[in-house]
Design a protein. Structure first.
Length: 287
């Protein structure tokens, strides 16, 4: 892969690529020169996306709710390529909405399968392959509830939080093998997932959360192209040295992070951490 922000010659898997943010990521990575394997459940929509891309791309229909899906995806990628440079775990589902005590338990577990277990297994399989061919980059998509409690979205928020801490952990494990692992928070996007949330209504969401989402949906939303550009940045050599971080596409000054590499490496900036009284200027002592 070439230097700079481009992805010329790179091979990349993008899950959830048939719509919304996944389609924007596919377009941005293709424009940057990557050869793609686009994964989603809907083969026809994948082909439509693929046909509009400027570079080489392949499609593979897979449902990440199926435990066999990660192995099948990597097997298809190995059939296409001698190496894998980039893995983007974008696919996700909202899961059950409403009070945890009222959630259907099977739906709750299915949400973890898609939002955490499938991307974790894809990371495991990709790491073994990347390590044998000189390294690579993994970008995992976080979401609402990963960094603060989000009532009535317990499955989604918990799975995304787990994905962030998992990414921090494996980033430390694979750094010496030439593999970087980061997460991004794309911001609230106008997607089918947002429509699912609005359809749940105030009864399941709660009046306060429903009003907040409804207000956001009626205003200016985050731009998926900005999040897609952040994915390209983290997948490229422009972000060399940045790993184990959760970066917001909307709020963080990510385009200039290369100027702060020494500080990023030496601190817990852009990571999940427990807050102590001292962090908030409190001096609490045992009685």
């Amino acid at each position: 892969m070439g230097a700079g922000s481009g992805l010329a010659g790179a091979t990349a898997i993008v899950t959830g690529a048939s719509r919304g943010l996944g389609a924007a990521i596919a377009r941005a990575m293709s424009e940057a020169g990557a050869e793609l394997l686009l994964v989603a459940r809907a083969e026809d929509r994948l082909r439509e996306i693929c046909n509009r891309l400027p570079g080489n791309a392949h499609t593979f229909a897979a449902d990440l709710a199926a435990p066999s899906a990660p192995a099948r995806i990597i097997s298809e990628a190995r059939r296409l390529w001698p190496r894998l440079d980039i893995l983007v775990n974008n696919a996700g589902i909202t899961g059950p909405i409403g009070l945890f005590a009222d959630n259907d338990w099977r739906e709750w577990r299915d949400s973890f399968q898609v939002n955490f277990f499938a991307p974790a297994e894809l990371c495991k399989l990709a790491i073994a392959w990347m390590a044998s061919s000189g390294g690579g980059r993994i970008v995992n998509l976080s979401g609402g509830g990963a960094t603060s409690p989000r009532p009535r979205f317990s499955a989604y928020g918990s799975a995304k939080c787990a994905l962030v801490r998992f990414s921090e952990t494996i980033a430390a494990e694979v750094a010496e093998r030439g593999i970087r692992v980061n997460c991004i928070s794309p911001g609230m996007l106008r997607t089918d997932m947002l429509e699912d949330v609005l359809r749940a209504g105030p009864e399941r969401l709660g009046a306060e959360e429903y009003a907040k989402v409804q207000k956001a949906a009626g205003g200016e939303m985050a731009d998926p192209d900005v999040a897609a550009s952040l994915v390209v940045y983290l997948a490229s050599e422009a972000s060399a040295g940045i790993t184990g971080k959760l970066i917001s596409a909307v709020w963080d000054p990510w385009r200039g992070l290369g100027e702060h590499l020494s500080e990023l490496r030496a601190t817990d900036i852009y990571t999940l951490r427990r807050i102590t009284p001292e962090d908030r200027g409190k001096d609490w002592e045992d009685a």
